[in-house]
Design a protein around this ligand. Structure first.
Ligand code: G3I
Length: 320
């Protein structure tokens, strides 16, 4: 696929909210996900997040994550692992605690040691820290930042590298797909870690875009180049491009162009190594839960017909 290591799709397990009520779609869905050859990579959409893997302190549970990671292994797919340190879907016992610096350092080290240790050698990449920035490029308030400041990022990346030296270590965030103060903030994180001799291998651009107002391909190229020039690889890690419903010929055409531009920018910039869409089947998307008036962000409709954007992606991947 035009110099990319992979084109993939994140997926979840039947137990998750987005799947409820769609049992009749599972067989066709699984055929596309695992047997069709459409995808060479996957990411557990939820199953490796703190709230699922360490719901109580020291009580590790890999069941949900394993459903997806075992299928990735069985199907010979690259696996992106998501996410070690994130303020959202964080187990309540961490978020609601009042921690000293040393206590929270220990909590982070124990979490990463156990979780990255459990999947050691299986993850092409870990999203080590997810969404640490505000839109203006300053650090987001979280239990991690409020207690440890910037140090939590250093500790997370250092520990992840010690535990799984083979995994590529990524900083992952959204709204990094065009030049902005937030994009500069992410560049600052890369430079800070490298300046301290701490391993960081990549930056994940989540790429949750809006079809009616997507950036230009040049803006995408500038943003991707801005990271690649720092000596890290780049990946589109959670790509979906939502639209105000209902889907029409007009917004579907806008979506097609937006997918082609962003995937095309990744193909064009040396150092952008992969694309992951954030599930592939519209009914399993997170979007309507968060943006009730929007949806249809992926490449397959509920009836399993393909969006026009699918052809846009093929054109981008085959340099048409
Ligand atoms: O598993 C519980 C279930 O037991 C419970 O009955 C149900 C009640 O609503 O909730 C279920 O958990 C839900 C979980 O998805 C699994 O389905 C949570 O409520 C729901 O909030 C959660 O949404 C996920 C969201 O992250 C949380 O922020 C989405 O599936 C997931 O696609 C989305 O993904 C994030 C990335 O991880 C980071 N980047 C942004 C992206 C979109 O928000």
């Amino acid at each position: 696929k035009a110099g990319l290591k992979y084109f993939g799709a994140a997926t979840d397990t039947p137990g998750f909210r987005e799947r409820a009520g769609h049992e009749s779609a599972y067989a066709q869905y699984d055929q596309i996900m695992w047997d069709s050859g459409e995808f060479g990579q996957t990411t557990p959409t939820n199953g490796q997040k703190w709230t699922f893997v360490e719901p109580t302190r020291g009580g590790f549970n890999y069941t949900e994550g394993e459903v997806v990671t075992s299928l990735a292994k069985k199907n010979g797919m690259y696996l992106r692992c998501h996410a070690l340190v994130w303020h959202s879907q964080l187990a309540a016992w961490v978020e609601q605690g009042t921690w000293t610096k040393d206590e929270l350092r220990q909590i982070i080290v124990d979490h990463i040691t156990n979780v990255a240790g459990h999947w050691k050698g299986q993850c092409y990449a870990w999203d080590v820290v997810n969404e640490a920035l505000n839109e203006d490029g300053t650090y987001r308030e979280s239990v991690f930042y409020n207690v440890l400041g910037e140090e939590y990022l250093k500790l997370a990346f250092k520990t992840a590298h010690q535990v799984d030296p083979k995994a590529k270590l990524y900083y992952n965030d959204y709204n990094l797909e065009w030049p902005s103060a937030k994009t500069e903030g992410a560049q600052r994180i890369v430079k800070m870690l490298k300046a301290e001799g701490i391993r960081i291998d990549g930056v994940g651009l989540q790429a949750h875009l809006v079809a009616e107002s997507a950036p230009t391909i040049d803006q995408h190229i500038d943003a991707i180049r801005g990271f690649a020039k720092l000596g890290v690889e780049v990946a589109l890690t959670e790509l979906d491009i939502r639209m105000t419903m209902p889907a029409t010929d007009v917004n579907l055409a806008q979506q097609r162009s937006a997918y082609k531009n962003l995937v095309g920018a990744c193909v064009q910039v040396c150092g952008c190594i992969g694309v992951t869409i954030w599930d592939f089947y519209d009914p399993f998307s997170w979007i309507p839960y968060v943006f009730p008036a929007e949806g249809a962000g992926l490449l397959w409709f509920e009836d399993f017909s393909k969006h026009p954007a699918y052809d846009g992606v093929v054109e981008a991947l085959t340099n048409k």
